[in-house]
Ligand binder design. Structure first.
Ligand SMILES: C[S@@+](CC[C@H](N)C(=O)[O-])C[C@H]1O[C@@H](n2cnc3c(N)ncnc32)[C@H](O)[C@@H]1O
Length: 395
């Protein structure tokens, strides 16, 4: 576990404990538990409560289960806490040798309709949903709606990440969109024409922090990444006019699909593929299913035309001329990023407050908080949303 993760689980687990006590919760459900870093610490701190780790990826659930049993075996063999070494870092958990794990594991997608079936616990259970760096819609519409809709869920504690994975919509009233969720933000933006939407590109700027540019090596590699990514988008636009059938097959025939939308996601590439534009293009085109292999000669002429385009674009947009522009764009995005993040978080807080009936009139059925709980230098994605239903409160 890295020092960053250790700091995060240490702080967040304390918040989870306080909320679980206050809301008289008997089951803590770690949603998107990953390898269980938060789960296992929460389990050691809440020995009288069931802890359920849910992740939609089976490999993560298996890894988490394995980690849990290694911790348990170390505890039972009374290995001093300082000697525990999980993932390269000495673990600072204060483990009680009498601790027996109450952790249960499930590979599932969070769904309000099947939550009690997935988590068990029986009638009258009191759940808290918790999530550390729950990505995209998971920390938004999915977890928050589950909290509001399921009577058994009494509290939610969530730190978000990967805002660029939030489902974007055609306008403020698109029911499929993960933003805006609250009527307050919908009303603020509904008069705009064309309708206000947060695009994938805008949301990804919320992901940027000044820490993203902490040292010069990171800065240069980030600028080069943007340079490759933008040139590749241009290459795709030109390339698609040469081979429309191959692009139609992938649903990449609309110009808009190159700059946004789920079909255009290159995502992470192996480091070796990012050293120059040609390597990047071949790897990215391969990942998108446009090239079968690195052997461009064998790719029915498609690869050969890409090779020509690569040279053409590198001449037209040389790296020395483009990097200063990219630097300016990155600075602007990192300045605006916190505003976008604030809007996403405000929308979520308002959505919860509206669902709980918080406001000047009427009896609220719960409370909502937004707090920075991690040290910014260690973990800049640090805002936790906490909501608790008033005891016995039904929505
Ligand atoms: C960024 S990781 C965070 C993992 C862990 N909480 C941590 O901090 O180390 C997000 C995790 O959420 C899982 N996930 C994403 N959407 C999910 C969903 N709808 N239901 C359950 N798990 C989900 C992913 O498989 C992934 O393991």
């Amino acid at each position: 576990m890295t020092p960053k993760k250790l700091h995060e689980v240490d702080r967040l687990s304390r918040v989870v404990f306080t909320v679980a006590e206050r809301s008289h919760v008997d089951t803590i459900i770690d949603i998107g538990a990953g390898h269980g870093y938060l789960t296992h610490l929460v389990a050691t701190q809440n020995p009288s409560r069931r802890v359920v780790a849910i992740d939609c990826e089976d490999a993560r659930t298996c890894g988490s289960k394995d980690r849990g049993s290694r911790i348990l075996s170390s505890v039972h063999h009374q290995v001093p806490a300082a000697m525990l070494n999980f993932g390269g870092y000495h673990h600072r958990l204060k483990l009680d040798p009498t601790w027996t794990s109450k952790v249960e594991y499930a590979t599932a997608r969070l769904d309000p309709a099947t939550l009690s079936e997935t988590c068990g616990g029986g009638k009258g259970s009191r759940y808290a949903l918790v999530g550390l760096h729950s990505c995209g819609d998971l920390s938004g519409v999915t977890m928050l709606t589950t909290f509001l809709e399921c009577g058994d869920v009494k509290a939610v504690v969530v730190v978000a990440c990967c805002y660029q994975r939030i489902t974007t919509g055609s306008g403020p009233n698109d029911a499929a969109a993960g933003i805006p969720l609250s009527q307050t933000v919908k009303d603020l933006t509904s008069h705009r024409n064309p309708p206000f939407t947060l695009t994938h590109r805008v949301l990804s700027s919320a992901q940027l922090t000044f820490a993203s540019f902490a040292d010069s090596t990171t800065i240069i590699s980030s600028f080069k990444g943007h340079y490759h990514r933008s040139l590749f988008e241009l290459a795709l636009r030109r390339w698609s006019t040469m081979h429309p059938a191959s692009f139609d097959r992938l649903g990449l025939n609309e110009p808009a699909s190159f700059s946004s939308g789920p079909s255009f996601r290159v995502g992470g590439l192996p480091k070796a593929c990012t050293r120059n534009f040609r390597a990047y293009c071949l790897a990215a085109a391969g990942k998108m299913g446009l090239l079968v292999g690195e052997d461009v000669e064998q790719d029915l002429g498609l690869g050969r035309s890409l090779d020509g385009l690569i040279l053409e674009l590198q001449e037209e947009f040389p790296v020395e001329r483009m990097l200063p522009r990219i630097a300016l764009m990155c600075v602007l995005r990192s300045v605006l990023g916190p505003c976008v993040e604030a809007l996403v978080l405000l929308d979520r807080v308002k959505y919860l407050e509206e669902g709980l009936g918080c406001g000047p009139n009427g009896e609220a059925k719960g409370k909502v908080w937004l707090r920075n709980i991690f040290e910014n230098d260690l973990s800049p994605r640090n805002a936790a949303i906490v909501a608790e239903k008033t005891d016995g409160g039904q929505i």
